[in-house]
Design a protein around this ligand. Structure first.
Ligand code: MN
Length: 277
């Protein structure tokens, strides 16, 4: 098994190295990670300055580790297209110290690194721990290694990723594993206004979480119930229910009578002015 490991907490993060050591028991592990913490940078990529990938020496050995002066998505892009000798069987991002649930996946660098792997056609996992307690990392790493073997032996649909979140609990208190959908993580007082020493305002984005536990089967609800959450995800954000509704709007009428091709129906040749339902 060949694994590409990345993260958004940076090349020095403990979560990355605990997982790297565990995965090395079952796989050939390549690490390509940001040279500093890049949490909450979402899926951004670097296109206006050069990217450098510096090979890192660990324990006196020049390992297959690269530190990149870019984002998590940059790291996976570089790894898949330029750095790795052969494509990996899996892309894994983590282990992040802090959960990535619900709407937060859109801001998450951890999830975006795995998403970039999925876009590259490689089965991918994003792994996050709902804690900053590093003593919980070895269990999270062992569960991730188990999951890697499951994904490879059973197979998953191409172009998907699994978003994994582990609760802030010692292993003996974890209640189980839930297969979930993305919940809705909301924040109160997300923007704090303060003043600098010259009296000018500045802002911190740092809200208090106000979760919606009412969403049955969501990742948020699973973690609140003390379970490990596994959410299968895709980069297709289309709302398919709204596709059907919008087709009934017949917006092609605005282009004039000869271009009213919509919904796969034949062009409508009559005059504009047909009432829009
Ligand atoms: Mn992070």
């Amino acid at each position: 098994m060949r694994v590409l490991l990345s993260n958004d907490d940076g090349i020095l993060a403990e979560g990355l190295h605990v997982l790297r050591r565990k995965l090395a028991e079952i796989a050939e592990v390549y690490v390509v990670a940001p040279d500093r913490e890049r949490s909450a940078c979402g899926h951004s990529i670097t296109v206006h300055r050069p990217l450098r990938a510096q090979q890192v020496t660990l324990d006196g050995v020049a390992g297959p580790l690269w530190a990149v002066n870019g984002t998590p998505a940059d790291c996976v892009k570089l790894a898949l297209e330029a750095l790795l000798p052969e494509p990996p069987d899996l892309v894994i991002s983590g282990i992040n110290l802090g959960a990535n649930l619900g709407t937060d996946v859109l801001y998450s660098g951890t999830v975006s690194a795995a998403m970039e792997g999925a876009i590259g056609g490689v089965p991918s996992l994003a792994v996050s721990l709902d804690s900053t307690d590093t003593t919980l990392l070895p269990f999270a790493a062992a569960f991730t290694a188990f999951l890697c073997e499951q994904v490879l032996s059973r197979g998953v649909r191409p172009y998907t990723l699994l978003n994994v979140n582990l609760p802030n609990l010692p292993p003996t208190q974890i209640k189980g594993v839930a297969i979930t959908s993305l919940g809705w993580r909301r924040y109160e007082k997300a923007v704090h206004r303060r003043e600098d020493p010259r009296g000018r305002p500045y802002y911190w984005i740092a809200g208090e979480i106000r979760d919606d536990y009412g969403l049955d089967g969501s990742d948020v609800a699973a973690l609140a119930a003390g379970k490990i959450s596994l959410t299968p995800m895709h980069f297709d954000l289309t709302d398919y229910r709204l596709v059907e509704q919008l087709k009934t709007w017949d917006l092609g009428v605005w282009l004039g009578p000869h271009r009213r091709v919509s919904n796969g129906r034949p062009p409508v040749e009559d005059s504009p002015g047909e009432p829009l339902a």
